[in-house]
Ligand binder design. Structure first.
Ligand code: UFG
Length: 323
């Protein structure tokens, strides 16, 4: 089976590509390298440099490679940036998805696995978050992903396309070869590890007055290898469906920093700062549906092991992919 992976040079995409190849799939990576890195593309995959905003480019790539399924990772994914530049999010995430879906219809490719996010839920009514809760995004990033989710419901009904939506909580960790190297790094774990590596003086804690046990935000950190496993399993279910993907456990910002200190053996200097706009206090997944229907069994349940894998990658790649 051949899988066409958009955004396969990015953080989560690259590890998913590696996982598919390790499991015997043929893989084509399609990426414009705006966020991704050429060196993050597994050499066993075919690589096409192309841009989803260009409808001809994606249609030609699908026509040339004849995949059986598409995994769509390519997207802009910074909540803060989306509040300043919403057009970028609607163009890169929604318009590009329309181009991809049209090309899939023209080339008769009937299976899509889509990277969505818990940011489609906004401020949840209750925790943990299962798939029955209302989706009310509070930023253009979450809105753009929800718009695509809604489009997929129509495409699966009207074009008999199987569309599986996977909503990630906080993707983290690394494989031996591929890890997190964003050109603009806003995520907690890599920023803390940069302090441990001596590349940054301190890390800010955004908000210490939340209604959580230690006053800092709680998130559900899920290892990207476990996300990759869910993508592979999504290929084999028969019907369109949607799943929340997290461990079901939560860790506060202070707990994550403490964990990074233990794993790296370094003291992390912190600066307590005001809340970051748009951050819900607590986001934890209820992933029972994924376990039951996909047969998903996340291997990393423990923040210590997740941080350990990230630390090993940052130590062996102190300058990321170096581009
Ligand atoms: N944080 C800090 N200091 C930092 C970076 C982050 O205190 O330097 C805090 C944030 O305020 C938040 C937590 O650490 O409370 C986690 O922040 P991240 O930026 O690592 O992750 P987010 O929870 O903001 O974002 C993730 C995904 C998004 C997704 C979002 C849904 O990266 O793609 O969850 O809320 F949209």
């Amino acid at each position: 089976m051949k899988v066409f992976v958009t955004g396969g040079a990015g953080y989560i995409g690259s590890v998913c590509v590696e996982h598919l190849l390790d499991n015997g799939y043929a893989v084509v990576v399609f990426d414009n390298l705006s966020e991704g890195h050429r060196a993050a593309v597994d050499p066993r995959a075919e690589f096409i440099e192309g841009d989803l905003r260009d409808a001809d480019s994606i249609e030609t790539a699908l026509g040339d490679t004849h995949p059986d399924a598409v995994m769509h990772f390519a997207a802009s994914a910074l909540v803060g940036e989306s509040m300043k530049n919403p057009s970028k999010y609607f163009r890169n995430n929604v318009v590009s998805a329309v181009n991809l879906l049209e090309a899939m219809i023209h080339k008769q490719i009937g299976c899509l696995v889509f990277s969505s996010t818990c940011a489609t839920f906004g401020i949840p009514d209750r925790m943990p978050l299962d798939e029955t809760q209302p989706q009310r995004p509070i930023n253009p990033y979450g809105e753009s992903k929800l718009m695509v989710e809604k489009m997929l419901r129509w495409y699966s009904q009207l074009h008999e396309m199987k569309c599986v939506v996977l909503r990630y909580f906080n993707a983290s960790g690394a494989s031996h070869r591929y890890g997190e190297d964003h050109r603009i790094e806003t995520h907690l774990i890599p920023n803390v590890l940069k302090v441990a590596l001596g590349q940054k003086d301190h890390v800010e804690i955004f908000g210490t007055d939340y209604e959580t046990p230690d006053g800092t935000c709680v998130r559900d950190y899920i290892h990207i290898a476990d996300l990759a496993q869910a993508h592979r399993l999504a290929l084999s279910i028969r019907e369109s469906d949607f799943f929340n993907l997290g461990t079901g456990g939560g860790n506060s910002v202070r707990e994550v920093i403490g964990c990074c200190e233990r794993v790296s053996g370094k003291t992390i200097k912190v600066l307590e700062s005001p809340r970051r706009p748009g951050d819900p206090a607590r986001l934890v997944a209820d992933s029972r549906k994924a376990r039951e229907i996909l047969g998903w069994k996340p291997a990393f349940q423990d923040i210590e092991k997740i941080v350990q894998s990230a630390w090993e990658w940052h130590c062996t790649h102190p300058n990321g992919y170096g581009d």
